[in-house]
Design a protein around this ligand. Sequence first.
Ligand SMILES: [Ca+2]
Ligand SMILES: [Ca+2]
Ligand SMILES: [Ca+2]
Length: 399
Amino acid sequence: MITGLRTFLLLLFIAFTWQTAHADSPLVQYPGNGHYYQRFDTFKYWTDARDYCQSVNGHLATITSRSEDDFVNQNLVQNLAQPGAPVLLGGTDRISEGTWQWITGEAWSYADWAPGQPDNNNEQDYLAYWNNPTYPGQWDDSYGGVLLPFICEWNWLTDVWPTDLTDIWWNPNEAGWGMNLVQTGSFVYVTIYVYGADGKPTWFGGGLDKTGAGTLTGKLYAATGPYFGGPFDPNAWVVREVGTMTFVATTGDTGQFTYSVDGVPVNKAVQRQPLTLDNYNGTYESIEILHVTDCSNPAANGDDTNQHTVLITQNGSAMAVTFGTLGLPGGSCTATGTYSQLGRMGQFVGPYACPWGETGVYALSQMNHDYRQFSARISKNSANTGCKAVGQTTGLIEY
Ligand SMILES: [Ca+2]
Ligand SMILES: [Ca+2]
Ligand SMILES: [Ca+2]
């Protein structure tokens, strides 16, 4: 009995902390610079938070003025963030102790340290809103090895989670129903095909608008109309609002879809439905835009644009990607690994090696192929230089 109660309380506690841990803030825009900000309450280490913001095409927030500071603090931190949990920002002094830098390269011209901070207590190198009621809105140097909430910043709304959700989505354990998403810009049209209480085919539709990074919301509609076997009488078409829907993209390939029809709530985990494997075999003229961090030689950090010839050989899920680096001796590097695909989007990951001895891990995600070109997000981690490159690439097939 005691054990049962304890288990119940433990489960209750887990459920409670899980829920609060995912109460991400809404997306807010600061009129002063037009930028967008969102607080994420899935706790991460600073480097993982930095990588996450990059993966959704933003950056850990940089606070470069009193007014930006006040806006972000008042809308995302004070009385809003989880009590006692510092909120990570995109500043660090890990390269040179005491020399604080923004990860974007913006000038360090403004700071709002709490009294006594930064104190580098036991090697603190990462900037955070302290979220301490004694020092409301002020900053602390915090730890890289503690899981904390964080704030991403985007310069443009079109940058906020720029995944193209267009695909057929389903739950692989529930074959027989599904939904189509068709995205243009930050708008997504949804068609859900399910079954009514009578077991007959039923579909709902409506539009979703982006309301946060990876979050879209909208109204859901049902329609009745003339029998398909007869003449189409437009006056017989009747549309009725039945509820609301929310799609939360948990990754580029998975999401949580919540909707209601006349008060009946539905909550489903969905993912892109596997259709076929695209054929990437070919030689491409490719451009990649990379953001490079963590190099043991700090001078190698920064933004990088490269033009490559990329050779892709593919046999089913076995894939090799050879990428040349213009201006470097020794020719090209080759990554050998596995390709997989859900719906329209593929991914590849494998170790790479170069003739000059460099090795590392090369990954492409959100790969999209449309006959003569491909696009993908790219990440490349060098075992030799420590450099981590994250960015985007596109390639046009060569004749
Ligand atoms: Ca900023
Ligand atoms: Ca420090
Ligand atoms: Ca400190």
